[in-house]
Design a protein around this ligand. Structure first.
Ligand SMILES: CC(C)(COP(=O)(O)OP(=O)(O)OC[C@H]1O[C@@H](n2cnc3c(N)ncnc32)[C@H](O)[C@@H]1OP(=O)(O)O)[C@@H](O)C(=O)NCCC(=O)NCCS
Length: 201
């Protein structure tokens, strides 16, 4: 009689453990189904080093922003070619913003030669269709963090005074850059160079 009661007690405990295990399996299964349903809508964005395979995307993307002169687009092709050939070994950096396998922007920066930890942001561009959605800010933040990691003291950016660069100048001011200088007629008559800078630490 006593053994029978004990056996029933154990059976009851076993049954409860089994029920808990089944519930846990059901919860895990439910989460798996939920994850599978969400997978197609998950967007994967990343910033990664620019590769030679990016050039055929980055050059037209930059051209299509509509703000650069043809001579600057030619210069970009050379800059990227030189970067992959050798300047990447001279502390030049080029980063690509990619979302779901599509190249959407890039930034190119390097230390200024013969200076004490002064850096230049030479290029930054985001595809026209995805501008004003925070991608440029994400790229700029990455650049600033990288320059600071490399003990950079100050970051300089040059741009133009022309009206179609007004949003670009606003972008730098919004990110805490100060307008350090204006070189009148630098690029051409009436097209000044506007120099922005941000000091670190
Ligand atoms: C400048 C650039 C890199 C900014 O990247 P972005 O992803 O468009 O900018 P974000 O979404 O991160 O930031 C938006 C802010 O930047 C400014 N801005 C710059 N370009 C803008 C645009 N095309 N549309 C709206 N706002 C723009 C605005 O101040 C805006 O903030 P606000 O709406 O609060 O005023 C990008 O617009 C671009 O590629 N422009 C053309 C190329 C260029 O000028 N490169 C720099 C040469 S020096």
């Amino acid at each position: 009689m006593r053994i029978g009661l004990a056996a029933r007690g154990w059976l009851f405990i076993l049954l409860r453990i089994l029920i808990v295990i089944v519930i846990l399996i059901l919860i895990a299964f439910f989460h798996l189904i939920l994850l599978c349903a969400m997978l197609p809508t998950l967007e994967i964005s990343m910033i990664r080093p620019t590769t030679p395979a990016d050039t055929p995307f980055l050059v037209p993307l930059t051209e299509a922003t509509g703000v650069f002169k043809p001579i600057e687009i030619e210069a970009l092709k050379e800059v990227l070619g030189d970067y992959h050939a050798h300047t990447h070994k001279m502390d030049h950096h080029s980063i690509t913003y990619e979302k779901d396998g599509t190249v959407l922007g890039f930034a190119y920066y390097a230390p200024a030669p013969m200076t004490d930890r002064t850096w230049y942001l030479y290029w930054i561009a985001v595809s026209k269709q995805t501008q004003a959605k925070g991608l440029g800010s994400t790229l700029l933040k990455y650049v600033e963090e990288d320059v600071q990691r490399a003990k950079g003291r100050v970051l300089f950016i040059e741009t133009s005074s022309l009206p179609h660069y007004q949003l670009t100048r606003k972008f730098y001011l919004k990110h805490g850059y100060e307008q350090a200088a204006v070189l009148p007629d630098f690029y051409s008559e009436g097209d000044d160079m506007v120099v922005f800078r941000k000091k670190f630490g």
